[in-house]
Ligand binder design. Structure first.
Ligand code: S3P
Length: 163
């Protein structure tokens, strides 16, 4: 079984994926980190030098190159849902888990963040607007939605242990 973590920036995909991996023996792959490694520069720089469209191409190319795996946890970037072709690949690849903490939690985590070009120096209202645009897509593609009413770590740990 593979798990694909989706959700808005700051929802905790990377942190959750990493700790699940540590305690389950599943491999962990963080798409943003892989793209940065392959491009040889941080995401902010990819955006500034090459533009968002190029970053979206790199995201898609990464997914196209993803070989069949078992027992992998993949953390995606928040904009992965914008391209239906990405989601077609990911739905085949594994169980899509939407991490959906309350918006006040997201905003708190994202305040003063300058490592994410789409929200750096943006007002909370602008960040929320982007969130509202994305929300229907996250919901559409999710096999499982974890809204924080149950601890996502324990929920997924149980799910993994049943395999
Ligand atoms: C983006 C989210 C980021 C990163 C890039 C674009 C987005 O990943 O891929 O800055 O469009 O929402 P995280 O969701 O891991 O912050």
């Amino acid at each position: 079984m593979n798990l694909v973590l989706i959700g808005f920036m700051g929802c905790g995909k990377t942190t959750l994926g990493r700790s699940l991996s540590l305690h389950s023996g599943y491999e962990f792959l963080d798409m943003d980190a892989e793209i940065e490694r392959q491009a040889g520069m941080p995401i902010t720089e990819i955006f500034h030098r090459c533009g968002e469209a190029r970053f979206r191409e790199l995201e898609h190319a990464f997914l196209q190159s993803l070989s069949a795996k078992e027992n992998l946890i993949l953390s995606t970037g928040g904009g992965i849902v914008l391209n239906p072709a990405n989601m077609a690949i990911l739905k085949q690849f594994g169980t899509v888990v939407f991490l959906s903490p309350p918006t006040d939690v997201l905003l708190k985590r994202l305040s003063d963040d300058v490592t994410r070009p789409l929200i750096a120096h943006k007002a909370p209202s602008e960040i929320l607007e982007l969130y509202r645009q994305r929300l229907p897509l996250y919901r559409q593609y999710a096999d499982i939605t974890l809204d924080g009413s149950e601890n996502p770590y324990y929920y997924l740990k149980r799910l993994i242990s049943k395999q």
